[in-house]
Design a binder for this molecule. Structure first.
Ligand code: SIN
Length: 280
């Protein structure tokens, strides 16, 4: 297996590996180590069918729980992210977020496999929450250390959320629900369970406040962090190719699905790997 990291160490291309078959123990250990070290891995030319995609996911850990989106028929753990050429609804994932951070135990990772890639647009952007944290001043780090951020799915999937208000037709079946109003608090600065590195853990889509603070107080801090994390210096823009697979770490990254492909089909298959309760 060949690992080619980007210059900053955030993101790495993994080649000379066949994900269609079960990985040998040492190869699997090397993939897990690279995942913790580089946060985003991409594997070109991996023509997996859905059984193989599920089998690869399960080598990394149990499936995560994917709420609010109808999964593929007969595949409760696979989402199809599909946007038709004539679709005008905003592309799915077009806001900076870490997957399902409103869950008590958010998924450790997400796997996305490219089936149909448009000839233009459709990149995925990833922000490095480790380096974003490390770039803060010691005074800011000390202020953030004891804080717990409040996460909720309500802005996206709640009865007054973005999807509830949508007027354009969408191929993906989104399930708007009162359950999205629930909140859960996680440390604002988390420690990666494998690498021990600290990372900012908040996003404009799912983080709605800071425990013990008024909304204006909490949002003032959060808005600063949202802008800080997605500065160019921390962001990697990923270009897709058919049959490329990416694996990213939700504990150390945010991601954003870019649009720019109206008139073209884009089809991706997505699974999540279960995670633990985030720790400070
Ligand atoms: C997502 O999982 O948020 C979507 C990513 C993408 O479609 O590029």
């Amino acid at each position: 297996m060949k690992v080619t990291p980007r210059a900053e160490g955030f993101g790495a291309c993994i080649e000379d590996i066949d994900l269609t078959r079960p990985l040998a123990d040492d190869t699997l250990a090397a993939v897990k180590a690279a995942w913790a070290r580089h946060s985003v891995l991409w594997f070109p030319d991996q023509p997996l069918d859905l059984d193989q995609l599920e089998a690869f996911t399960l080598q990394l850990g149990p499936f995560g729980v994917d709420p609010f989106i109808q999964p593929m028929p007969g595949r409760p753990n696979v989402l199809e992210l599909r946007r038709e050429p004539d679709e005008r609804a905003t592309n799915f994932g077009a806001g900076w977020h870490s997957d399902w951070s409103f869950q008590p135990e958010p998924p450790a990772g997400t796997i996305l496999h490219a089936e149909v890639i448009p000839p233009v647009g459709g990149d995925t952007l990833y922000a490095d929450c480790h380096r974003a944290y490390e770039a803060l001043s010691d005074a800011m780090k000390a202020m953030l250390a004891p804080l717990r951020a409040v996460h909720s799915a309500r802005q996206a999937y709640g009865p007054s959320g973005v999807f509830a208000k949508e007027t354009e037709a969408r191929t993906m079946q989104i399930i708007v629900s009162e359950e999205a109003e629930q909140t859960v608090a996680h440390p604002l600065v988390v420690t990666h369970p494998v690498s021990g590195r600290k990372a900012l853990f908040c996003s404009p889509v799912y983080t709605v406040g800071i425990e013990g603070m008024t909304r204006p107080e909490g949002m003032a801090i959060l808005r600063f962090l949202f802008e800080h994390i997605v500065q160019d210096q921390f962001v990697y823009r990923h270009h897709w190719a058919r049959h490329m697979l990416t694996l990213w770490d939700n504990r150390s990254t945010l991601h954003f699905a870019d649009g720019g492909y109206d008139g073209h089909l884009r089809v991706m298959h997505r699974t999540t790997v279960a995670g633990d309760r985030p720790q400070a």
